[in-house]
Structures are given as C-alpha cells and as structure tokens.
Design a protein around this ligand. Structure first.
Ligand code: NAP
Length: 298
C-alpha cells in the first residue's frame, strides 16, 4: 500500500509528489498516458518564474526531482476511486491494475472544451484540431482559423502565425477582454493575423475535392481555410470520480466538498487561475495537507 497516490503528472501532481516523497511518504503518481499534462505542449514558457524553456523541459526537470526522492510512476489513467480516509483508497486504472493508498491527491487537470457545431466532431483530426503545438506543423504556409478569445486562443494564434500563411481568430465577443494585454499586443503586431469579432460558427464542412474547410458563420458567411484550431476553454478531468462527489459546472472540485483523505490540486481545483504557478502552489498545499492527515489521523 502506498501512503499517497497522486492522480496526474502535470506540474500540480509533480509538485505534490516532490513534497510527499521528500517527507518520507511512499508515493505513486498515476500519470495518465502522457507525462506533463497541458504543460508538456507549451512551446515557449515565459511566465513561470525562474524558468525559460519549453513546457516539456520543465516537466522532465520536475519529474526527475520527484523521482530523486523515491516517487514511483505508473502511466495509466484512473477509472475509479473507491474507499475512504480511514481504511484507504483503491484506484482502478486502465492498465488493468488496482493501486491502494492511504490518501489520494486529485491533480488530473483539464482538457480542451470540445466544439459541438455540425462537422466539428467528424473533422477532428482531419482539419479540426485542439492542439496548435501538436498539429501546427501540418499548416506550414497555409491558412487557418483559431476559434476562441482567451489566452489559449491568442497563444495558439501566435504560435501558428510563425508557420501558417494566414491566421484568422474568430471570436464571439466584441473585444479580447479575457486575454492578457501582452498577448493582445503581440497578436496586433502580426501582419498575418486577422481578428474577426462578434462571430460564431454554425458548421464546418470539407470540400471533398480540394480538402479545404468551409466554416460557416451564424450569419451565413463562409470562411475558407485549411485548418481550424479550437481554443474555447477547458473542462476538468473528473469523470472517473463517483457521482456523489460534488463538482462545479466545469467539473472542478472544491477541497471542502471532498471526503477525508482526498485532496485536490491544479486545474481541477475549483478556485484556481489556470497557471503553472498556481498548479505548483496548490500541489504543494495539497501535499502538506496530505502529509498532515497521515501523520495525525492514521
Ligand atoms: P478561457 O479563458 O475560458 O476562454 C475561452 C474562450 O472561448 C472565451 O473567449 C470564450 O468566449 C470562448 N468560448 C467558450 N465556449 C465557446 C463556444 N462554444 N464557441 C465559441 N467560443 C467559445 O479559456 P482558455 O483560453 O483555455 O484559458 C483557460 C485558463 O488558462 C484561463 O484562466 C487562462 O488565463 C489560462 N491560460 C493562461 C495562459 C498564459 O498564462 N499565458 C495560457 C493559456 C491559458 P467568451 O469570452 O465569450 O466566453
């Protein structure tokens, strides 16, 4: 039996593991199928203090640090968590194994919200993407749309602007009120980026002859492009938890609503500004609470 099992291998989970393992608690990270979560896909990371490099480099640095104190890793995803803080928890994972621990830290992060308009699902992977850093390469010197108006959309647009011939940001609002000013200024400085405000899409279809995508707006305008990148927010990854655990409308968890012995950190936390710095902070906090719980209650 582990003292602590941490679900998620993003910066929140890796920080929590560093603290619990360094405190002498036998720690396992069940890290999903991809190390690092969303951080792993960041091409240029410039707002995490003390770090300049890619998100993947930071992830490996954090993993090595947690491993050096004895953290173990399983690259699988949790399918269910049962038990309690008195008798321990059993986590069933999609590698067919069951893992047991005294306490659990949920740090499973968030995934991109899906676009549900006509054609979006069918064209996923065939022109519609949720990951500019993964798929941007395929749009070298081509024309793309970015859907959304938050920091993610503007970051994606900036990344794509260096590859694609033209980038159009399609946003339903009238101005970028959610995004950081530094990103807005950079977007404005790019000659090949156009911002289309007050516009929502109705459907995305593909011309079978040219393979071009035709994105139709609510007012029936057609935007023809080679690819559509969707960045319309995130939803917390908490589907594997039982129904009786309360979530907010984005699927996130409040520490006060969790049963004893269960802790939360990172983007899955209900009261967080989704940043690496805040993920690290809540990872540290959850770990210290988990260590205290084991030391005083078990
Ligand atoms: P976000 O800030 O929630 O923005 C989502 C955007 O998508 C909004 O502009 C929203 O429009 C739009 N949207 C939502 N549903 C839509 C739909 N069905 N159709 C069309 N548009 C839709 O999400 P995010 O950009 O993913 O960022 C999430 C969090 O991570 C934020 O706290 C953000 O600051 C943080 N983040 C930070 C950085 C950074 O530090 N540089 C980078 C990425 C993300 P409305 O505005 O009209 O609601």
């Amino acid at each position: 039996m582990y003292d602590v099992i941490i679900l998620g291998s993003g910066p929140a989970g890796l920080t929590a593991a560093l603290y619990t393992a360094r405190a002498g608690k036998k720690t396992l990270i069940i890290g999903g199928d991809k190390l690092g979560g969303q951080t792993a896909g960041i091409a240029v990371l410039e707002n995490y203090p003390g770090w300049k490099g890619t998100g993947m480099e930071l992830t490996h640095f954090m993993k090595d640090q947690a491993t050096s104190f004895g953290t173990e890793f399983a690259f699988a995803s949790a399918k269910s968590v049962v038990g309690d803080g008195e008798h321990g928890f059993t986590i069933s994972a999609d590698d067919g194994k069951e893992y047991k621990s005294k306490v659990v830290i949920i740090a499973t992060g968030a995934s991109p919200r899906k676009l549900t308009i006509e054609g979006a699902r069918e064209l996923f992977g065939k022109g519609v993407s949720y990951c500019a850093t993964c798929d941007g390469f395929f749009y070298n010197d081509r024309s793309v749309l970015v859907i959304g108006g938050g920091n993610s959309a503007l970051n994606d647009a900036l990344y794509l602007a260096d590859l694609a011939k033209s980038v159009k940001i399609v946003y339903r609002g009238s101005a970028f009120t959610r995004a950081e000013q530094v990103l807005i200024d950079r977007v404005k400085s790019k000659n090949n980026v156009e911002c289309i405000f007050n516009t929502e899409l109705k459907s995305i279809l593909q011309n079978p002859e040219t393979q071009e995508l035709i994105a139709k707006t609510m007012d029936n305008k057609e935007l023809v492009c080679d690819g559509v990148f969707v960045a319309i927010g995130h939803e917390a990854n908490t589907d594997f938890l039982s129904e009786d655990i309360k979530r907010d409308d984005m699927g996130r968890l409040a520490p006060a609503d969790l049963p004893p012995g269960m802790f939360v950190a990172g983007d899955v936390h209900s009261n967080i500004k989704m940043q690496i710095a805040t993920a690290v902070g809540t990872g540290c906090e959850a770990a210290i609470e988990a260590i205290g719980y084991i030391n005083t209650r078990l």
